[in-house]
Design a protein around this ligand. Sequence first.
Ligand SMILES: Nc1ncnc2c1ncn2[C@@H]1O[C@H](COP(=O)(O)OP(=O)(O)OP(=O)(O)O)[C@@H](O)[C@H]1O
Ligand SMILES: [Mg+2]
Length: 242
Amino acid sequence: MNNAAGPGAGESPAEVLLKVDNLVKNYVSGAETLRILKNVSFIIERGTTAAVSGQSGSGKSTLLNIIGGLDRADSGSVTIGGRDITGLSENDLSLYRSRRVGFIFQFHYLLKDFTALENVMLPAYIFGVKKKDALEKARLLLSDVGLENRLRHFPSQLSGGERQRVAVARAIINDPDMILADEPTGNLDPGNSAMVTEILYDCAEKWGKTLIVVTHDEKVAGRARRCYTLEGGNLIPAGAVP
Ligand SMILES: Nc1ncnc2c1ncn2[C@@H]1O[C@H](COP(=O)(O)OP(=O)(O)OP(=O)(O)O)[C@@H](O)[C@H]1O
Ligand SMILES: [Mg+2]
């Protein structure tokens, strides 16, 4: 993000992946207008991990959903890899979401009638990757998240932490530019939360993915290279880890 120290001698500046400019989002509720995002601007370099914290209702999910193309801003722009997504048609936005973004939510949203392996391979298979290749990559990713012995388990046969680990693997299979995680450990006990946090960051680093995680949990935010707080409709840098 833009509070990073500049490059040292001999280092080239990191590529900017995400540029958010003057983002504004209001919700009209009866006679009242809720000003959720007042004027949010920031950049994120490719490969960075960033955490966004803030009180309940401060607009964290709203911001993440706009970046991920699940919601639209009232004004301002969101540019990914040089392409502004704010003017995209619903169809192109849907393509953007599938190709460029891996989502992880508080609830896993795994398909209950499919095994862990099938849940992870499906997004790739739907996109036209050959079944054999999609299965191979899904197996590799499930091994990365420590579930090589749970490939044939259905979601109902997995623990909460295991389900979130499947969700991490599924978020990566289509090789997205960014992983957007909204309270990924929100339903987990402290032990599972620590494990999913470690796996999420390790996988993002291993696969070179930019990660933006929204969290209430300081331990989850603590591993991010950049920490931000959303407060009063503004995104405030909360310090950088060297
Ligand atoms: N569709 C909507 N219509 C009206 N108000 C909305 C809508 N969606 C969200 N809001 C309001 O916008 C504010 C921000 O919501 P958001 O879900 O982004 O908060 P959040 O920071 O993610 O909170 P939490 O930590 O509880 O998940 C909230 O006050 C919410 O009530
Ligand atoms: Mg939220």
